[in-house]
Design a protein around this ligand. Structure first.
Ligand SMILES: N[C@H](CCC[C@H](N)C(=O)O)C(=O)O
Length: 282
């Protein structure tokens, strides 16, 4: 099974053609491919390009736990770069169909940078989803391990829980992230961000991803956290999101359409031996 490995600010994805799968990819196959010890080590798997009736290309996005994500900002930027490397796109904008909707993208700087119009965010409890009465989920309290976390929830196709803090740390993300990810409040689970607002143009986040765990950067998390900061009046519409892996630039329109711009790095390409795909996980 041929693959190409890229990272976007340290958020790693493998890109594999649909032709490499006889039918629906098995969960065990995905878990093995992404596994950091038994496989190629990745924060997710991108399968594409597929034919699409509504966009130039189709893309499926899988987390290392084999759950399928509606959207991935870093995954989309990496997929755009892979299309560019394959000569399937040039410098003009093009569209990609994901489970969470159609996005518009453009490759810049000879593939080193990609812009993606990620779509419109929603703070509606029904869209995200979040349990309880239909409402915008802003500055609510969530009790985890006896601590009340003030959070706002938002979807950009995939769900996000954004918690304001004065000092986001890796420890905070790893301690509370998994508990919030699987909290009954979020029927589809959720990605989690601990966000510090530095000034009106800068935020800093630490990330725990649904189905992937702690990551150094996340594009959809950057969009989500920036949208919350803008919605709460804490930031302007152009926000630089600072993460351990690097920075993503976010622009938010008045109707909350979010655009993201960030780097992509090609790592390697290779062939996965079927022998490693049968490891069983307990
Ligand atoms: N784990 C996420 C998908 C990947 C998000 C992240 N890698 C990004 O760049 O947006 C989810 O299940 O919604």
């Amino acid at each position: 099974m041929n693959f190409r490995k890229y990272h976007a600010l340290g958020n790693v994805y493998l890109v594999v053609s649909p032709d490499e799968f006889l039918d629906e990819p098995a969960a065990l196959t995905i878990k093995n491919i992404c596994h950091k010890h038994y496989g190629v080590a990745s924060d997710g798997l991108l399968i594409g390009p597929f034919e699409s009736s509504v966009a130039d290309f189709g893309l499926r996005i899988f987390n290392p736990d084999a759950s399928e994500a509606e959207k991935s900002g870093n995954g989309l930027r990496i997929f755009c770069r892979a299309l560019w490397d394959a000569g399937l796109v040039k410098d003009k904008p093009f569209s990609i169909e994901t489970k969470g909707g159609v996005v518009k993208a453009q490759v810049l700087e000879a593939g080193r940078r990609v812009n993606v119009e990620m779509g419109k965010v929603s703070f509606s409890s029904r869209d995200i989803p979040v349990w309880g009465e239909p409402r915008e989920v802003l500055l609510e309290s969530l009790n985890v391990m006896g601590l009340d976390h003030i959070y706002s929830a938002v979807t950009i196709g995939n769900p996000h829980c954004v918690i304001l803090t004065d000092s986001p740390t890796e420890t905070l993300a790893k301690e509370f992230g998994p508990l919030i990810e699987t909290h009954p409040n979020f029927p589809n689970r959720t990605n989690v961000q601990f966000m510090q607002v530095i000034d009106r143009q800068h935020i800093c986040i630490e990330i725990w991803e649904r189905g992937a765990g702690y990551t150094l950067a996340s594009g959809s998390s950057s969009c989500a956290a920036a949208a919350v900061a803008y919605k709460l009046g804490l930031c302007d519409a152009n926000i630089k999101v600072i993460m351990p892996g690097g920075q993503i630039d976010i622009d938010i329109s008045e109707d909350f359409r979010v655009s993201m711009s960030g780097g992509v790095t090609r790592v390697c390409h290779g062939e996965i031996d079927p022998e490693c795909l049968s490891q069983v996980f307990h």
